[in-house]
Design a protein around this ligand. Structure first.
Ligand SMILES: Cc1cc2nc3c(=O)[nH]c(=O)nc-3n(C[C@H](O)[C@H](O)[C@H](O)COP(=O)(O)OP(=O)(O)OC[C@H]3O[C@@H](n4cnc5c(N)ncnc54)[C@H](O)[C@@H]3O)c2cc1C
Length: 301
């Protein structure tokens, strides 16, 4: 069977959701340390009925944080425009009792970045349980369509760093609602200590051994690596190996005109370009050939 990826963005399942965007008050229930620079904020929306889909995001307006007022004023003067809300994907799934977002701190790198990042470090290091947080949601077309099971039996997630956040939400949601769908989650990070959702993904894998396989790959960890963890970048061979374990034969990969996945002709160049892109949240989905047995979801930092 040949697998031919033609890139599409899934918008069909979420039309109308943008129209139902609302701003609502939450209280931070917990700030969970994921790694040294990443935290998950668990948010209590006070029992409000929330209508959203796994993979979507909320926006946080920095102007709500009084202690950032002078910093915001200075940045707005420098940039010549108002600071926009920042988007954060949910790592929680809609069936879970609370919303949760995962934030990775961005840092100022002298000579490399133009301005100091505004709110990610604040959300990671300053926001704590009991703090109020106003969020606006829900938005985003990076979701699985309602009829995903009629289109595919297997989803391959290729993720790097905090690009995994919406995919983790989708996996949790799908394991509950799509009884026949399998997931292979190939996750690239620099070191073992950078891997977010490490324990929760391992638990999910244990609970669903036939439906979820997690493959961790590390690009800069000198080792020794934990059992099963690979070293190096995600390339086409690694993606094929992941597929082979799930008994999907991949003879030929072609990635469509996705900026996240690169415009390649063959697997190795196309797939290996996924983690070589500049840091940006660019998510694309890809459809298989006519038998539609596999769908590719990319979550890139
Ligand atoms: C759909 C979506 C989902 C996302 N989900 C997540 C998530 O789940 N977790 C997560 O951690 N992040 C996520 N992000 C990224 C997040 O929204 C923020 O961009 C990130 O946290 C950085 O915000 P910041 O305010 O700290 O940095 P910013 O102030 O936005 O700065 C970030 C970088 O941009 C540069 N910059 C800022 N303004 C300018 C300018 N005017 N000119 C030139 N350079 C500039 C800065 O120098 C800095 O290097 C998501 C983004 C999108 C679009």
């Amino acid at each position: 069977m040949a697998i031919d990826f033609a890139t599409t963005i899934m918008t069909d399942a979420v039309q109308g959701h943008e129209a139902r965007m609302t701003t609502f008050d939450t209280v931070v229930l917990e700030s969970i340390v994921e790694t040294a620079d990443t935290r998950t904020l668990v948010l209590d929306a006070g029992g409000e009925r929330l209508d959203w889909r796994a993979g979507q995001y909320v926006s946080i307006d920095p102007h709500q944080f009084r202690s950032l007022g002078s910093f915001i004023g200075y940045l707005e003067q420098q940039k010549g425009r108002r600071e926009a809300p920042r988007a954060y994907s949910m790592c929680s799934a809609p069936h879970e009792p609370y919303l949760a977002i995962t934030i990775k701190e961005e840092v100022f790198e002298p000579g490399k970045t133009k301005y100091p990042p505004l709110i990610s470090g604040f959300l990671v290091h300053q926001v704590r349980a009991g703090d109020p947080l106003v969020v606006r949601g829900f938005a985003g077309a990076y979701t699985l369509p309602e009829d995903v099971e009629t289109r595919t039996a297997h989803i391959l997630h290729l993720c790097a760093g905090s690009g995994s956040v919406p995919n983790v939400s989708m996996i949790k949601d799908s394991l509950r609602h799509h009884a026949r769908l399998r997931h292979t989650f190939i996750y690239s990070n620099k070191t073992w200590d950078d891997v977010i959702f490490r324990d929760s993904l391992a638990r999910l894998e244990e609970q669903h051994p036939d439906r979820l396989q997690v493959i961790n790959t590390l690009t800069r960890d000198p080792g020794p690596l934990p059992y099963g963890v690979r070293s190096g970048r995600i390339d086409a061979d690694r993606a094929r190996a992941g597929l082979a374990r799930l008994r999907v034969r991949a003879r030929h990969h072609r990635v469509g005109p996705s900026r996240a996945c690169g415009r390649g002709h063959d697997g190795p160049s196309a797939v290996s370009r996924i983690d070589a892109r500049p840091p940006a949240h660019r998510r694309r989905t890809a459809r298989t050939d006519q038998d539609r047995s596999l769908r590719l979801m990319c979550g890139v930092e």
